[in-house]
Design a binder for this molecule. Structure first.
Ligand code: SF4
Ligand code: SF4
Length: 467
């Protein structure tokens, strides 16, 4: 009986488990081709952005900072203070529907092209594997070999490099939360000065190390929630990495010579697959659309002088010979709901970035001054989610009253640095004002550099005549 090819997968179980349910480690072979080149270029572009962005300053602020401690989000020099739960909800919901829309059009394009899991593993961790332990065949043999000096030093060197890379990724991640100055500070100072951040960085390093160094494809297959639900978003018009059954079957060696399809059953597509599947069995949950098998098969077709594309990006409809629709009702619905949520986000953001004024009256509602004027005493609470630093001045909206009413605050202008700002606020007015206004005036807060009215609020005045 001929020996079974190790890449001829058992249809009853995952390629990443053996007959006893134990994990089978993947040693995907390297591949060359246009898709690999495109991905390599894009992956390095993403890594560069990830590593560099927290160090960039725009308007004296980090390019991106998600300051969860102060609930502040800085994006390209613009800061949103005290993010309200409703804004967060709309942002996440619009993001989810955007992902659903993209998935319905392009399948798991995120997994293959932009997921940090794929980007870091394929670009850096696979390279370290190869540098220290050699090609996939050598690594498989090393794994099976008993412990020896050769195996021990290679394992130690590999994990030492993994730790360095994971630590760097973790530090950068922390930089997105604490900002570049604090990142530099926690990097050069003793851990005892920043126990919290030090521990957070250690935990993150351990997570990246275990995931990118050891767990790898298991995360995509078992743990990733997106991987679990993505099939819901797909339909017969979604572009997926697919094997052209009509062209490839029957495979070489399964029928009489001369009547076979283009697949020569070389298993090259299986050998390069990082999740250990055989794409010839159709679209599978484990496929992360990394395009490795496209390049692998194209290289075989090239050698056979046959057209490339036996495995390619294609929709089910296209493979069946039906018309491929780019937009379907399902994708339009996803996009529309996404747009609705992002519009709601923009609407509430606009509302919440304007200044909100709350006048809290002091325990003594009014006092009388020696010149016969009435003094109303407040604490004014100013809150806003927009960028910090507007210089606010106050005035009475009714121009005809401005000579009779004085607005008194300790600072001119009031600079709003925080999301919430409290200021002592006095309104001094002549008794006639109560008669003229029925005890109600409107106070405007305006930006003293642009003159733009930022907010207005009606305030009740009290005095002896109102009793
Ligand atoms: S089947 Fe192809 S595209 Fe899917 S994970 Fe494997 S190599 Fe990547
Ligand atoms: S690489 Fe192409 S030819 Fe080889 S087994 Fe896969 S589909 Fe068939």
């Amino acid at each position: 009986m001929s020996k079974k090819n190790i890449f001829d997968l058992d249809p009853e179980r995952l390629g990443t488990t053996d007959e006893f349910g134990h994990r089978v480690y993947m040693y995907p072979e390297d591949v060359k081709g246009v898709w690999k080149d495109r991905r390599k270029f894009f992956y390095w572009f993403l890594i560069l952005i990830y590593l560099v962005l927290p160090w960039f300053n725009i308007n004296n602020k980090p390019a991106i900072q998600i300051d969860i401690f102060h609930r502040e989000f800085t994006f390209l020099g613009w800061t949103l203070h005290g993010i309200e739960p409703i804004l967060f909800f709309f942002l996440v919901a619009s993001g989810l529907f955007f992902i659903a829309f993209i998935t319905s059009l392009l399948g798991r394009v995120w997994c293959g092209w932009a997921c940090p899991q794929t980007v870091f593993i394929q670009t850096i961790f696979w390279k370290i594997d190869e540098l220290i332990e050699g090609k996939p065949k050598a690594r498989r043999e090393l794994e099976a070999a008993p412990w020896s000096f050769n195996k021990a030093w290679r394992r130690m060197a590999k994990w030492a490099l993994f730790i360095i890379v994971s630590s760097h990724i973790a530090h950068t991640f922390i930089g997105y939360i604490v900002g570049p100055r604090n990142l530099l500070m926690i990097t050069v100072h003793h851990p005892a000065e920043n126990w919290g951040l030090f521990l957070a960085t250690l935990i993150l390093t351990a997570i990246f190390l275990l995931d990118f160094g050891w767990f790898r494809e298991q995360f995509c297959i078992i743990a990733c929630p997106y991987g679990r639900i993505q099939s819901v978003f797909l339909d017969e018009n979604s572009l997926v990495v697919a094997y052209d059954q009509k062209r490839g079957e029957p495979r070489f060696g399964t029928v009489e010579k001369g009547s076979e399809g283009d697949c020569i059953n070389c298993y090259h597509c299986v050998k390069v697959c990082p999740t250990g599947i055989d794409i010839r069995r159709g679209t599978q949950l484990e496929c992360i659309h990394c395009t490795q098998c496209i390049d692998a098969c194209d290289s075989i077709m090239e050698k056979l002088h046959k057209p490339k594309g036996l495995i390619r990006y294609a929709s089910e409809n296209e493979l069946e010979g039906n018309k491929h629709k780019v937009l379907t009702p399902r994708s339009v619905i996803y996009a529309s709901i996404g747009v609705l949520f992002i519009s709601a986000f923009a609407f509430f953001l606009n509302k919440s970035t304007s200044i909100n004024m709350v006048f809290i009256r002091s325990r003594t509602p009014f006092t009388l001054s020696s010149e016969g004027k009435i003094l109303n005493n407040f604490q004014l609470k100013l809150s806003h989610q927009g960028d910090s630093g507007p210089q606010v001045e106050f005035r009475v909206k009714q121009e005809n009253l401005r000579n009779d009413i004085e607005l008194i605050t300790p600072s001119h202008p009031t600079v709003l640095k925080e999301a919430e700002h409290k200021v002592v606020f006095f309104i001094r007015f002549t008794p006639e004002v109560l008669k003229k206004t029925n005890g109600k005036i409107t106070i405007e807060a305006f930006d003293n550099t642009t003159g733009e009215v930022l907010s207005e609020k009606e305030v009740s005045l009290v005095g002896p005549l109102s009793e």
